[in-house]
Write a protein that binds this ligand. Structure first.
Ligand SMILES: [Zn+2]
Length: 340
């Protein structure tokens, strides 16, 4: 399966080389990123959201929350939400935050999540647009709220709505929030995705709300009948000889330069975890990105629900892998040789 994911990514990249718009986006991606939107999606719908709003490469920086759970306050969700939202502050063309909810999510989840999102200091001057999405029916309903809104932007987004590819909820991708990297297609559709700075997944910590929520997510997911379940950690960078590195991996190599509070806190933890795992300190952002991927894989095993599933044989260690994605072409390759 992992080989098929890598083959599919190469095929997609080859097909889009005839498309002038895709080529222009790659050209821009090679120079940097300047996304207009910060998209905050439930894990199950993270990849589908890009298609629902027809966001192409470079359009949206991405953060995640656990489906059916209230987004925690920024201080209780540093890795999934607050860190990516703080990173987004530096982009000159940022024009709004888009938060999506699945059809079945309770009203309280919607209300309180929006309230908690609005608490983020870097959202103070950004309008928040919230939508409830019917992913199968391809329709979207605007959610009214009392925080800053931008009606023009909401209309722009609403007009773009289209039907996404199928959800492959046997596959979970952990990847960077970077607007230029997109969850890779699987033979069965679009994976679920957790998007964080550098594809870093924090270790389980019973006093940190977002990891408690993640553990519940893993527990629910791994209790479903399936033999095909897999987790891929997708790190990105200049893996094809040209183009830009992962900004978060690069930042972790010089933490002392970071001023913003939430961002520094997150990158500091990433750096400390990576240093701990590196025999020789990483010299390039690409080396660091790979270490972060390996750390995320190790941290996954600290979640009681994941450890339990591995012990019971529900989740096979061979089905947890690090993949490398080129920032510009989005072609993925395995970090290790695959036995498949
Ligand atoms: Zn990155």
């Amino acid at each position: 399966m992992i080989r098929r994911i890598t083959e599919l990514s190469a095929k997609m990249a080859a097909e889009s080389s005839d498309d002038p718009e895709a080529l222009e986006r790659r050209f821009q991606a090679a120079k940097g990123q300047s996304p207009r939107f910060l998209l905050l999606s439930p894990i199950h719908r993270s990849a589908q959201d890009l298609q629902v709003f027809r966001f192409g490469q470079g359009d949206a920086f991405h953060a995640t929350r656990v489906t059916e759970q209230i987004l925690p306050l920024p201080k209780n969700s540093p890795f999934l939400f607050a860190g990516p939202a703080a990173y987004n502050r530096q982009f000159p063309e940022k024009s709004g935050v888009i938060i999506t909810f699945d059809l079945e999510e309770p009203g309280a989840v919607v209300r309180e999540s929006i309230q908690h999102a609005a608490e983020h200091p870097d959202f103070k001057e950004l309008p928040i647009s919230a939508f409830r999405v019917d992913y199968e029916g391809a329709s979207v309903r605007l959610i009214a709220h009392g925080f800053d809104r931008d009606y023009e932007l909401e209309n722009y987004v609403l007009k773009r709505v289209s039907k996404p590819d199928y959800l492959d909820d046997d596959t979970l991708a952990v990847l960077c929030s970077d607007s230029r990297v997109r969850p890779p297609l699987t033979p069965n559709g679009l994976p679920m995705a957790i998007q964080t700075l550098g594809a870093y997944l924090p270790a389980y910590n019973e006093t940190l709300e977002e990891t408690v929520q993640l553990n519940q997510f893993f527990g629910n997911w791994l209790s479903k009948e399936s033999i095909e379940r897999r987790i891929i950690v997708v790190v990105h960078g200049n893996f094809e000889g040209e183009g830009p590195p992962c900004g978060a991996a690069q930042a972790s190599l010089s933490v002392e330069d970071i001023r913003e509070d939430y961002l520094r806190r997150v990158i500091k933890v990433i750096d400390a975890d990576a240093r701990h795992a590196e025999e020789n300190l990483a010299g390039t952002p690409e080396e660091r990105a790979v270490t972060i991927g390996k750390v995320s894989l190790a941290n996954l095993r600290t979640y009681p629900a994941v450890a339990d599933a591995i012990k019971k044989g529900v989740l096979h260690e061979d089905f947890m892998r690090v993949l490398k994605m080129d920032t510009v072409t989005n072609v993925v390759s395995p970090y290790e040789l695959e036995p498949l």
